[in-house]
Ligand binder design. Structure first.
Ligand code: AKB
Length: 309
């Protein structure tokens, strides 16, 4: 099985590339930034349609994982690029995957597709959706397009609405949920952190191992089992910056956190606090493993805190 990954240098790509290699895939990891993986890598600008067509023709992947994106905060800073990278590139990839007869396509959606009129607790799969940020608008349009390509062209597109992804080894940039990773690193390195969200802003989150397991499980699921062709809701855990501050203080008691909310607060307040993921559980057996203490323990292990203390 050959896989092509776009945006392989991002947070999910960093964990997905080794996971797919471990599953026995041949992987071509691509990005516009230099990559350092024990597999084939290439420069690929996903907005360059001819370049994507050429890579598909030469590599002939059975599966494409389209991860290239600008996250929510970066999309607000650069709206035009945010739209083209998050929506136009996705449309081109779908079109080119039909042309190249790719068997399955994964692309990443987000909880940013929800908005202020969406129920915030146990957000259902099909609620009212009115995203206020450009990132969420582009991802919601991508979800509609994914369903369109499935019904109109039979393209087997699969997706997850990612909550904030927390994991070691890569500092996420340009998102609203990045604080969760940054707080761990700042606690370990400086003993303090300034958070750009208010302390009680509860958001859905997921540990990276659960996120990767979810992608692999979804991609392995038999086609006829999947009832959602836009993107599946998945819940990992939920916590606020204050919950995380307290969890970190169990390991680093002198850790302090200051709160100076910026424009990201408004985005975070328009997103769910928790997610109802019954479709993912029923259709392909989704079951996350990590709660907050397990997540923190995994982060400390990765940051070698146990060895130092
Ligand atoms: C972001 O914060 O922009 C992303 C997301 C929720 O998709 N992590």
């Amino acid at each position: 099985m050959r896989a092509l990954i776009t945006g392989a240098g991002g947070q999910i790509g960093h964990a997905l590339v080794p996971a797919l290699l471990h599953e026995g895939y041949e992987v071509l990891a691509t990005d516009v930034i230099p990559l350092d993986y024990s597999t084939a890598t290439a420069y690929l600008d996903v907005l360059d349609k001819e370049a994507v067509r050429k890579v598909l023709k030469e590599w002939r992947p059975q599966e494409v994982y389209h991860l290239a994106a600008y996250l929510s905060a970066k999309s607000e800073a650069e709206p035009e690029k945010g739209w083209t990278l998050n929506f136009t590139s996705t449309w081109q990839i779908f079109e080119l995957c039909v042309e190249a007869k790719v068997e399955r396509v994964f692309w990443a959606s987000s909880i940013a597709v929800f908005g202020p009129h969406t129920p915030r607790e146990a957000t259902p799969q099909y609620p009212h959706m009115d995203p206020i940020g450009l990132y969420g608008i582009a991802k919601l349009a991508g979800e509609r397009l994914a369903e369109y390509y499935y019904w109109r062209y039979g393209l087997d597109v699969r997706s997850l609405r990612f909550p904030g992804v927390v994991g070691p080894g890569h500092l996420p940039q340009g998102g609203t949920t990045d604080f969760a990773v940054h707080m761990f690193y700042a606690a370990a390195q400086q003993g303090s952190y300034t958070c750009y969200l208010l302390p009680e802003t509860t958001l859905p989150m997921i540990y990276i191992d659960d996120a990767i397991a979810g992608i692999i499980q979804l991609m392995k699921a038999p086609r006829e089992k999947l009832s959602v062709r836009g993107a599946y809701n998945i819940q990992g855990l939920s916590f606020s910056p204050r919950d995380l501050e307290r969890e970190i203080q169990k390991t680093i008691p002198h850790f302090t956190c200051r709160y100076e909310p910026d424009f990201r607060q408004k985005l975070a307040e328009s997103w769910p606090r928790s997610i109802d993921d019954r479709y993912a559980r029923a259709d392909w057996g989704w079951q996350p493993k990590y709660d907050l203490p397990n997540l923190a323990a995994a982060m400390w292990r990765a940051l070698s805190i146990y060895e130092q203390s």
